[in-house]
Ligand binder design. Structure first.
Ligand SMILES: [Fe+2]
Length: 264
């Protein structure tokens, strides 16, 4: 199988074994890209593997199943009311990457969009329920760092400019997982975003009191910039832009470090 990510809650590590088969040998020997070696198998279920974090507790590993699909990234997981809640970006199917494909010729309408779903897992009854949290095509979720594995309210993701269908990520969407509402900051038509990073304001009292940082590539100017949003006020637009004199190759994931590594 092929597992890219996992989530943690207070007591469990949660893995999704998606309905794919993965033979890495052609990739290891340099004949194919990694994506070409992953094959979607829609007749297989998705297996949800729930591993206790504390081996001394003596609890067994549990495996639940749900319908076929594919997950690269999980947003967060937490335990509440006897359930485990897991929020993940799900695809109905996984597009087959072929040899010598040109990424510029991708037809986005042919691909299933990633959408944010909530899975409710009940270990005693061995049930899985799922509920759509966001239909807008999205990927690369981020949450407040103190909320990882804990009950939380807000998720921040890269999102497509249009509300339905598949398209490149051209803005940042903020999802209120409790009210179900979302708001969107767009950088279309020329901007393409990377994973948002949430930076809490020191001594913040509310979960969304802080900033969203994202690297935006501007296709018209062929330059990149870091854009900073007020996480509590998306409607106000960017509160700062740090333009670079050059572009940075599109990097997908977002990371923050307090250290400066280049030579001064
Ligand atoms: Fe990833």
């Amino acid at each position: 199988s092929f597992i890219h990510d996992f989530a943690i809650s207070a007591n469990y590590c949660i893995f999704f074994q998606s309905a794919v088969q993965f033979n890495p040998l052609p990739y290891i020997f340099g004949f194919k890209g990694a994506g070409e070696c992953v094959h979607f198998r829609p007749h297989l279920p998705t297996r949800i593997i729930i591993v206790p974090r504390d081996p001394k507790a003596g609890k067994p590993v549990k495996v639940l199943s749900t319908k076929a699909g594919f997950v690269f990234h999980h947003t967060n997981a937490f335990e509440q009311d006897g359930n485990i809640y897991l929020d993940s970006i799900c695809y109905d199917s996984l597009y087959q990457v072929k040899t010598n494909m040109d990424y510029r010729e991708i037809d986005f309408d042919e691909l299933a969009p990633g959408q944010l779903w909530r899975f409710t897992l009940n270990l005693e009854e061995e049930t899985v329920e799922q509920q759509l949290l966001l239909s807008r095509c999205c990927e690369f979720p981020a949450v407040h760092p103190d909320k990882v594995g804990r009950p939380y309210r807000y998720a921040y993701l890269g999102g497509a400019h249009q509300e339905l269908g598949n398209a490149p990520l051209q803005g940042i969407v903020k999802v209120d997982t409790i009210s179900g509402q979302s708001c969107f900051w767009s950088t279309a038509p020329d901007g393409f975003v990377s994973e948002p990073v949430f930076v809490p304001r020191p001594q913040a009292k509310t979960e969304d009191d802080g900033w969203i940082l994202t690297m935006v590539y501007n296709g018209k100017k062929h330059r990149s910039e870091i854009v900073i949003l007020d996480a509590a006020n998306f409607e106000g637009g960017a509160i700062a832009r740090l333009p670079l004199k050059h572009h940075i190759p599109y990097g997908l994931h977002g990371n923050w470090t307090n250290e400066y590594f280049a030579q001064t």
